[in-house]
Structures are given as C-alpha cells and as structure tokens.
Ligand binder design. Structure first.
Ligand code: NDP
Length: 466
C-alpha cells in the first residue's frame, strides 16, 4: 500500500452508469476500503446520461450496500465523490472532464464498450494529462493477436506500458494468488513440480450458472474467449512459471510470459486438442433452462460454444510432455472450480502391498478455497492393505473481493496483479489456432443437457468432489 501521506488518487470511471461499474467496480472498491480503512480515494463518475449528484450518490451507496460496507466507509466516499455528464467521444468534453480531476495522481478506468474505449484512447492521446496518469482496462484486450497488438500500440500513445493496468480479476482471487506461496514456500512441493513427477494438470472452471442476462456479451465471445484465453491461461502461467527472486511485478510478468511463450495446443494440432459443446434444455437446481440457442439475445448462426476444453503443452524443460487440460463452461450440474495435479505412479510397488488403486493427487480448490492431497496409505485393518485417503485444508474466506485486491494495486501504481501487454498478445497467439479450427468446423459442436456434467468422455472424472 502507498504511504497515506501521498495525495489521494482520483479514480475517474468512464462509463459509470454501466453494468461493470455497478456489479464489480464499486462493490470491489467498497470491500477494498472496508479492509483498508485509511486508504483515501476520490471517485469521479462520468457517463453520457444526465445524472444528478444525488442520483449518482445513491448508486454508489447501493453498490457499497450490496457488500455490506460499514456506514463510515460509505459516508467517507460519498463526501468526496462527483459525477460529470460527458460525451467521452468529444475531445473538448473529455479534456475538461480530465482537467476537473486536478493535478494529483489519476486512474482512468474504462468501463466502456471496447470500441468506445479505443476511440476514447485516441482522444486521450491528445489531451493534457496529469503527470501520474494510469489507465485501467477490463478485457477483452483485443479479439485476436493482431488487434491486441494494435490496441497495445494505441494505449502506448497515451501512457507508457508501466502505467497500463489490464485487469483480470482472477489475478486478485486469493486462491489463485495462493499458488505463489504454495509453490515457492513449500520444500515438499518444489522437487515434484515438474514433468519428472507430474502426469497431468487440469485447470477447470465449470459454472452452474447459465447466461444470467448477459447474452449480449457472451454470445459474441463463448467459453474459449471468455474463460480459457484470459483467466485460465493466467492461472496456468502462475502454476507453471519458474521462481521469482522477489515479488516484483516486472519479474513476475517475465516469468509468466516465458510460460505463455512456450504454450501451444497439444500435439500442435488445435483440432485434436480442443473440444467444444453447447447446452441444451435442462434444469439447474429448481430452474429450467432453455436450449442455449433459444435464450434471449442469442444468435444461433454464431455457433457459440458454452463449454470448451483444450489440452495444451508447455514446451519447456520443466513441463514438456505434461498435458495441461483447461476447461470451462456454463450451465453445468457440478460447479467444479479447481486445479487437479495428478502425480506419476511410483516406479515400483513392493510385492505384497495390496489395494493401491490410484495416483497421488493434489486438488487446489479455486472456489471455495481448499487444498486436498490424496495419498495411498493404510487406514485400518491389515497394515499392508492400502487405500487412498485425502488430507484436506480449507482456506479462510478472502479479505475482500478479487476486484478490490486488483484495484488496490492499481491505485498504488503496482502492476503485480495486472496483465502485461505482451502477455495479452501471447494469450491470443495461443488460442488463435483453436479459434481457426472452431471457425472452420474441424472441431465438432457437441451437446450436453443443462444441469449435466457435460458431454460424456471429456475430462476423466475428478478425484475429488469439490
Ligand atoms: P455497459 O454497456 O453496461 O456500460 C457502458 C457504459 O458506457 C454505459 O453506461 C454507456 O452509456 C457508457 N457510454 C458508452 N458510450 C459513451 C460515450 N460516448 N460517452 C459516455 N459514456 C458512454 O458495459 P459493461 O459495463 O458491461 O462493460 C464495460 C466494459 O467492461 C466492456 O469493455 C466489457 O467488455 C468489460 N467487462 C464487463 C463485465 C461485466 O460484468 N459487465 C465483465 C468483464 C469485462 P449508455 O448506457 O448511454 O450507452
């Protein structure tokens, strides 16, 4: 955290009337300010609707109330917040909005539709900005490798890369961040974290939610772009990277980038490495869910997948030959959100030992946070009769929302939890062959009933029930 003697940062939210601001940004900020009571931030909202100061204040209050922020925290933010109606795509209106924020450190948060963000950046490149200006952006960071590169070049016309903060809220999830401590603070894990001992790795994020009214966004993206290309590749990079000497953002980015540069579809064949499917009518708990293609706002001709699974290879000395299976989907019966590490079998099982039926596994629960180590041992009866037993640890709930963790770093000017420009480009490079295979139709679209666990024969059954 930055020393509190520094001037408070102004958080200028462009698109303050939108869904992201209401559902993620303001509640995340509320949890940050609740966990770190002496943090000072001035929130300036801007959007094209003509909200009064009272209407804006009541939106902020509602968002803070949605996460039960203490009254004192809400009142302090309300004392120093403002709303400016502005057409962000008009140079003069943008320039006077920025000027109204003063000379202190400024974080410009783009909660705008992607094309508006791009046009706005073009204008910002011609506007006088405070000496310390940071740009905070949500995904998507482009729609393919080329557009990601073009977008990065545009951002760099406004500020250098060191002041660009690409948000992936997975990087603020306590259980994802725990990967760093788990891997590098445990002597017992360090020697086995490689191809010599690991048979396969699965990174799974199966949701038991359907579209939840977000067809407008989701139907244009699909599971591969929405989850694998961004969040799950970031998790893979943290899982597989080499150690850092210190928690320095640039060092961490370089180690993650090394992994991403070495990642490609398994067997160099995207068509063989990938699977995709779409849900059909079914039930999620008590709710009945229609066919995906009958959901409001879905354009069936887009052929969007709601479940994607891709096996990748990380072609490094440490990981070559180990399949990394990434999978995520919607409307699934079991909300499995976990990393499953399956270890290789022992080289030789002494004759006379009986009943050792499966490999050792480590299951890292991403949501809820847990750790399950399954080992083969004798639990009862004949001491040479073995069975599998699981040692379980439950992680404490996070101290704030993931969005709050990421925002806190941005407000402090630290890029530790942000996605670096080269990494954003690399993630598109990795999935582009799969996107092409999807577009060509060389990966068949399978189906699964909403509420089921997906099509048969995909990931082998998980060794844990989390
Ligand atoms: P919304 O469409 O809900 O909000 C965008 C806001 O920007 C609207 O209030 C809109 O006003 C305003 N706006 C558009 N053009 C202008 C303009 N020229 N001048 C001033 N204001 C303007 O989008 P979201 O909040 O859902 O998404 C914002 C960004 O966040 C997108 O890049 C999206 O990809 C990303 N994102 C969103 C997530 C979410 O959960 N919502 C999750 C992850 C990323 P108006 O209503 O008048 O059009």
């Amino acid at each position: 955290m930055a020393p509190r003697s520094q001037p408070p940062v102004t958080l200028l939210v462009l698109g303050a009337g939108g869904d992201l601001t209401r559902r993620l940004l303001l509640p995340g900020l509320a949890t940050l300010l609740t966990a770190e009571r002496d943090r000072r931030v001035r929130v300036v909202g801007a959007d094209r609707s003509d909200l009064s100061a009272t209407e804006w204040a009541s939106r902020v209050e509602d968002a803070f109330g949605s996460v039960d922020a203490p009254k004192a925290v809400t009142s302090r933010v309300l004392k120093d917040t403002a709303y400016t109606p502005a057409d962000i795509l008009d140079h003069d209106s943008l320039a006077s909005l920025v000027a109204s924020c003063g000379d202190g450190p400024l974080v410009v948060f783009f909660a705008l539709p992607p094309p508006v963000t791009m046009r706005c950046c073009e204008l910002l490149a011609e506007v006088d900005l405070p000496k310390v200006t940071r740009l905070a952006l949500e995904k998507p960071f482009g729609t393919d490798g080329r557009s990601a590169r073009e977008f990065n070049a545009l951002l760099h016309r406004v500020v250098p890369e060191s002041e660009v903060f690409r948000i992936d809220h997975f990087l603020g999830v306590n259980t994802v961040l725990n990967l760093v401590g788990l891997r590098f603070a445990n002597r017992i894990l360090q020697p086995v974290w490689s191809r010599d001992h690991v048979e396969r790795v699965e990174i799974v994020y199966d949701e038991d939610l359907a579209l939840e009214g977000r067809a407008g966004y989701y139907d244009g993206a699909g599971a591969l772009r929405d989850m694998l290309q961004s969040h799950l590749l970031q998790v893979l990079a943290l899982f597989a990277m080499e150690s850092v000497s210190t928690l320095d953002a640039e060092e961490l980015h370089e180690q993650k980038n090394q992994v991403l540069r070495a990642t490609r579809p398994w067997g160099r064949s995207a068509a063989k490495a990938a699977r995709r499917a779409r849900y059909t009518a079914g039930r999620l708990g008590r709710r009945s869910v229609p066919d995906y293609t009958s959901e409001e706002g879905v354009d069936a001709s887009r052929n969007t997948e709601t479940l994607a699974q891709v096996t990748f290879e990380v072609a490094t000395n440490r990981w070559a030959g180990v399949p990394f299976v990434l999978r995520s989907g919607k409307a699934l019966g079991t909300p499995r959100k976990q990393i499953v590490v399956t270890f290789r079998d022992v080289a030789h099982l002494p004759g006379g030992l009986r009943g050792a039926e499966g490999p050792d596994t480590l299951v890292i629960g991403l949501k809820p946070g847990s750790m399950e180590l399954t080992l083969t041992m004798n639990a009862e009866g004949d001491p040479f009769d073995l069975e599998q037993k699981t040692l379980t640890a439950t992680l404490a709930p996070p101290r704030m929302q993931a969005y709050g963790e990421v925002l806190g770093q941005i407000l402090d000017g630290s890029r530790l939890l942000s996605v670096e420009g080269a990494s954003a480009e690399e993630c598109w490079r990795i999935v582009e062959p799969v996107l092409r295979a999807f577009a060509k139709g060389t990966v068949p679209m399978e189906e699964y009933a909403a509420g089921s666990d997906g099509p048969d024969g995909w990931l082998p059954a998980a060794p844990s029930s989390t």
